[in-house]
Ligand binder design. Sequence first.
Ligand SMILES: N[C@@H](CCC(=O)N[C@@H](CS)C(=O)NCC(=O)O)C(=O)O
Length: 229
Amino acid sequence: MDCCSRPALGIIMIQLHYSPSSAAMVPHIILEEIEVQYERILVDTKNQAHRQASYLQLNPNGLVPVLVDGDLILYETAAISLYLCDAYQSGCLAPPVGTDSRAHFYKWLMWLTNTLQAALIIYFYPQRWMNPDDEAGIAALKRHAEDHVDGMLKLLDDEILRVGGPWFMGTHYTALDAYIFTLCRWTRNFEYALSASKRVHLGVYLHRMLQRPAVQRVLKNEGLNPPYI
Ligand SMILES: N[C@@H](CCC(=O)N[C@@H](CS)C(=O)NCC(=O)O)C(=O)O
């Protein structure tokens, strides 16, 4: 893959607003992979910091992550990922623009954000979609969300087998790997469907991801403990 590179800036201009184990792990991994200087700003979501006026000015949706880079304030994980790939190409984390590989990279990035991530959000917050006192309904919805994600994990497992690794797009590690790792971790407590790490090809792939120094730094930075996947 051909890439030009932009040297890391001397002063810290990038800020990542994050909370541990959230979608912010995607840009967090990317930032560690491309080795630019950045500052992590913890958003205390347990204490509703993401709902406060100062944070809503950064992201009116009240969600993490937000990336600030100079005058740019950006939310949406996929958009932040693409921006980092384009602006800081030292990590070569996306195929060259205009190639078939780049087209497939876009396809998977969109699928991850609007299909897998969206279904996982229902799994994590089923009460937002039901009457609050409908406990049976909430439990059923959570189970249905697992069922849906089950098919999606199978698709990822099949694709890893088809491509042959070591990374999702083949020999070249891309931002998709950071995204897939982050979302697959979220399935580790599945009760009905197989978690991502228990799948034949995804499991090997996720363990390979755990070997990456950037991923190890991120898990440490976010204060997470095993089991990670
Ligand atoms: N589409 C958004 C979704 C981000 C999102 O759902 N963030 C979650 C953490 S993974 C969050 O901030 N949740 C807080 C809440 O919903 O109250 C993105 O990809 O950035």
